[in-house]
Design a binder for this molecule. Structure first.
Ligand SMILES: *C/C=C(C)/C=C/C=C(C)/C=C/C1=C(C)CCCC1(C)C
Length: 238
């Protein structure tokens, strides 16, 4: 059997490897910290751990897949996101629940995230020729989430849930606005006609590689960083 090595200039494989390690380490941290978390925040910290754990398992798989085939593991990338992004919506629901968040808010967030991801997947795979159209639909669902978190129900509830929840929600809202905006950037880099017909990286193979690197960096920031904000909140007074 051939022994697969990561070439020192293979940045895609390297970021998959580092991503796997980071997600694993973060999961161990969150899971162990659940024990010393006050009852009120225990589920939230547990969900932080579930998000990075689900990502760790996917990254372990994607790392091997990419190393063996040299291809982009698009399908499992989207399976990962379809499980973890709704769990991030659960985090917003959990921290605003005591201020009166209803299940309908959770479903709005989850539904929007599913629309965002399914249309993004269609644009990256089945309908690559019309990636701009699917990217725009996906972007609309994304901006709906941004709206809910910045100005809509989530933000309003967070204001009345105490200063610490309000502060944490503001930081998480920045994650959604800036951290999550990295993904459409990766999509634009990697998809033919990504930016209204303009191909930013001329060589298609290089384009897909740059997309994977961008997605890997974004995942580390958004999953681990997001979880840490929840963790810091769990150590605060309210
Ligand atoms: C842990 C994974 C996260 C937080 C993934 C988030 C993914 C997105 C915000 C993806 C958004 C997209 C668009 C807004 C348009 C183009 C297609 C997507 C799916 C890349």
């Amino acid at each position: 059997m051939e022994h697969l090595k990561i070439a020192s200039d293979n940045y895609v494989a390297f970021t998959f490897f580092i991503g796997t390690m980071a997600m694993m380490a973060a999961s161990v941290f969150f899971f162990f910290e659940v024990n010393s978390t006050s009852e009120k925040w225990r589920t939230s910290v547990l969900v932080s751990g579930l998000i990075t754990f689900i990502a760790a398992v996917h990254y372990y798989y994607m790392r091997g897949y990419n190393l063996e085939t040299g291809d982009s593991p698009t399908f499992f990338r989207y399976v990962d996101w379809t499980l973890t992004v709704p769990l991030m919506c659960v985090e917003f629901y959990l921290i605003t629940k005591k201020a009166g968040a209803k299940l309908s808010l959770l479903w709005k967030l989850i539904l929007a995230s599913i629309v965002m991801l399914v249309t993004g997947y269609l644009g990256e795979t089945v309908y690559r020729g019309s990636s701009v159209f699917w990217g725009v639909v996906s972007g609309a669902a994304y901006f709906y989430i941004v709206y809910l978190v910045w100005f809509g129900e989530v933000s309003k509830l967070a204001q009345s849930a105490g200063p610490n929840v309000a502060k944490a929600t503001r930081v998480l809202a920045w994650f959604v606005l800036v951290g999550w905006a990295i993904y459409p950037l990766g999509y634009i880099l990697g998809t033919p006609g990504g930016l209204f017909g303009i191909q930013l990286v001329a060589d298609p193979a290089a384009a897909v590689k740059s997309m994977d690197i961008v997605y890997n960096i974004a995942d580390a920031i958004n999953k681990i960083g997001f979880g840490l904000v929840i963790y810091v909140l769990s150590r605060s007074e309210d």
